[in-house]
Design a protein around this ligand. Structure first.
Ligand code: NAI
Length: 340
């Protein structure tokens, strides 16, 4: 599968359609990328809950090989059974490819209804360890233990990612979110690493905030935050909260970045409640593909798609149900491709 070549360079990108609404929203993103005239050779690979029976793993080796080969992937959401079954495919993918930084820009889209109109922050989440290390065991009947792993190496590199992002984007501050008052060793190490990196970036203000206070401050006045630096679990939870500040999961994109590979995906999951109905909002995945284009150096096409998305969403007749409208996935996608 490939989009129509137009530019001088053809990019090789792995494509994981995923589960639930994944194939619908990735299909929409592909149409939009094609309309923007970016030349991409897609290598489609399977991963997710639906391929476990076939391959014995939610993340088959072929998927990892394809992503390592191209260095870039666009990924739909993947479902993971709750409280049982196989290990999270997303955690496996992020750890196997060492995609240590989850970067999620959270910004108002003009016309998308929400409680705040001045949100412009980036969630930078450590993506490979913490409580998502997958180390759980039963100590005795009725007692289980889940290990939270925090390493100096992973904490330093995610802090560097946050401060470098702030510098690159002209953001004044990085706010490290922690619970080091209770988890003195694990969150204490994460915080200490952030302080060490902050000393190397004297032009960026380093603020520290305890996670419960941060959650409250975010819903009171999100404009007070610019870059949030968090360990894995806190980042997972607060990125959904932040998505809610600007209209919900249907509109917030994301990237999982490592030194060798980058996987672009929306913040949302496979949304089994609306899968197959073609009513999902494709915006989050389309904006994830905009992030992917910037990563590939295709900034003109990225700007064109972003402008088209903004102009389409400025009209409420193009709003899907998650943001209060009645438009369908195909209707929004067609409006964006026509605009391009
Ligand atoms: P979810 O994000 O799939 O859905 C939460 C709510 O948001 C649902 O009501 C859903 O309909 C709505 N929603 C999500 N995306 C939407 C979109 N694009 N347009 C309109 N509405 C949308 O979260 P949930 O239900 O907690 O998880 C479902 C499955 O997804 C689980 O198996 C979970 O493990 C997986 N998941 C996968 C992720 C990934 O692959 N990156 C991330 C989060 C969850």
């Amino acid at each position: 599968m490939s989009t129509a070549p137009s530019g001088p360079e053809t990019h090789q990108v792995a494509l994981i359609p995923g589960d639930g609404i994944g194939p619908e929203v990735t299909g929409a993103a592909l149409q939009v990328l094609e309309a923007a005239g970016v030349s991409i050779r897609w290598e489609e690979v399977e991963a997710g809950a639906e391929v476990v029976q076939k391959h014995g793993s939610p993340v088959p080796d072929r998927a990892l090989t394809a992503i390592r080969g191209s260095g870039v992937a666009l990924k739909g959401p993947i479902g993971t059974p709750i409280g049982e079954g196989f290990r999270s495919a997303n955690v496996t993918l992020r750890q196997s490819l060492d995609l240590y930084a989850s970067v999620r820009p959270v910004k108002n889209i003009p016309g998308v209804p929400c409680r705040y109109q001045d949100v412009d922050l980036v969630v930078v989440r450590e993506n490979t360890e913490g409580l998502y290390s997958g180390l759980e065991h039963r100590v005795a009947p009725g007692i289980v233990e889940s290990l939270k792993i925090v390493t100096e190496r992973a904490s330093l590199r995610i802090a560097a990612c946050a401060f470098e992002l702030a510098e690159r984007e002209g953001r004044p501050e990085v706010c490290t979110v922690h619970k080091a008052n209770i988890m003195k060793l694990s969150d204490g190490l994460f915080l200490e690493c952030a302080r060490r990196v902050a000393r190397e970036h004297p032009d960026i203000v380093h603020r520290e905030i305890i996670i419960d206070n941060c959650a409250m401050q975010l819903v009171r006045d999100p404009s007070r935050f610019s870059v949030l630096l968090l360990e894995n679990l806190y980042g997972d939870i607060l990125s959904d909260l932040c998505a809610g500040l600007v209209g919900g999961l249907g509109v917030v994109p994301g990237a999982n970045l490592g030194d060798d590979c980058a996987v672009f995906e929306a913040v949302h999951g496979s949304a089994p409640d609306i899968a197959g109905k073609r009513v999902a909002n494709p915006t989050a995945l389309i904006l994830s593909s905009v992030m992917m284009l910037r990563h590939l150096g295709e900034s003109a096409a990225a700007d064109a798609i972003e402008n088209a998305v903004h102009s389409v969403l400025a009209d409420e007749k193009n709003h899907t149900a998650d943001i209060g409208g009645t438009a369908t996935l195909d209707g929004v996608t067609a409006a964006i491709t026509e605009r391009l």
